[in-house]
Write a protein that binds this ligand. Structure first.
Ligand code: GLY
Length: 323
């Protein structure tokens, strides 16, 4: 780059920064915000539980934990908690994380035999000096905290896995049963934002595989000054772009939650050689003003939102119109 083009580019860059400053998120003169809960996918039972907590003056942290627990205990959901589809060897392994309004966070990866991964993640945050516990260590910790061991592989998921083994064809399943990782964000009456994220990960993954959901910044990120974001879909693609952190940082620059989710999705799509037609990623986001938004690569993703007007499932905008 010669000096002239350097100056020109620097000028453009400064203009960009200038524009960003103009767009910078402002929480000053913020009006009162009513409590809101949003979650990935159609999980009205989960948002109902979380809403009950915040509408009765509970904290957003309790709301997202209890909300996520509803889906973890649902044996019919094959992507979260008990009933989750196993890895190629038949092991159900769970990933989860939680983050509060003070920026504290906890996470578990490759947790086995304990269905409420979100609650174990919360205790990692509250009772240990660490952020993340994995595998046997995470299970040992959970048992020491009084969690009960149980077999998470239901008959249905076991039969599906046995059937899958006949072909062992490996490819990500888009919108598995219209349900995937459960991510939840809430803002409470004290205007505090928290988030949680829980999953059994990609169906029939390689043994040992960990996705985006327990990785703070990828599967979930909260900044109480700005807002929060959570991801669902193919974790590998979310991790490569640190997706949830990106969404929050875009909101910091003044993007609306919708625009921020859309821009983070475009970041994945525009990567050289992106195979985006063959996988799904979706984001939902909530900002400090109580605005919400979502965006996905493929048709079929939705967000559930519970606010003072009711509990609704809303189809998400998406990029790949041919999908
Ligand atoms: N988003 C969940 C996963 O990829 O494991």
């Amino acid at each position: 780059m010669n000096r002239r083009s350097f100056i020109k580019n620097t000028g453009v860059a400064s203009l960009g920064i200038g524009l960003n400053i103009d767009k910078t998120f402002s929480s000053s003169n913020q009006k009162d915000v009513d409590p809101i809960v949003i979650a990935t996918w159609d999980v009205k039972n989960a948002t109902n539980k979380a809403w009950k907590v915040i509408s009765e003056n509970g904290s957003s942290l309790d709301a997202v934990e209890l909300g996520c627990m509803v889906e973890e205990a649902n044996k019919n959901g094959q992507s979260v908690g008990i009933g989750g589809l196993p890895d190629r060897e038949g092991n159900v392994t769970l990933d989860a994380c939680i983050m509060d309004h003070q920026g504290n966070c906890g996470s578990v990866v490759y947790l086995q035999d304990i269905k409420h991964a979100i609650s174990v993640a919360r205790l990692v945050m509250e009772k240990t000096p660490h952020v993340m516990l994995a595998g046997d260590g995470a299970k040992k910790f959970a048992l020491s905290m009084g969690f009960q061991q149980e077999n998470l592989l239901t008959e249905k998921s076991k039969n599906d896995w046995i059937k899958w083994k006949e072909s062992e064809q490996y490819k990500p399943i888009i919108n598995i049963e219209n349900h995937d990782t459960i991510g939840m964000l809430a803002i409470d009456k004290n205007k505090n934002i928290s988030g949680g994220c829980t999953t059994s990960g990609l169906a029939y993954k390689m043994q040992g595989r960990v996705g985006d959901s327990p990785i703070i910044g990828s599967g979930l990120f909260i900044d109480n000054e700005i807002g929060g974001a959570v991801a669902t879909g193919l974790g590998e693609e979310v991790m490569k772009t640190i997706g949830s952190f990106l969404v929050v940082e875009l909101m910091r620059q003044g993007y609306s939650p919708d625009e921020a989710c859309k821009t983070a999705i475009e970041r994945i799509i525009k990567k050289p050689g992106s195979d985006y037609k063959n996988f799904q990623v979706g984001y939902i986001a909530l900002n400090k003003k109580g605005e919400t938004g979502s965006h996905a690569i493929q048709r079929g993703f939705s967000m559930t939102k519970y606010d003072k007007t009711g509990n609704f499932n809303i189809d998400s905008p998406y990029f790949h119109k041919q999908g």
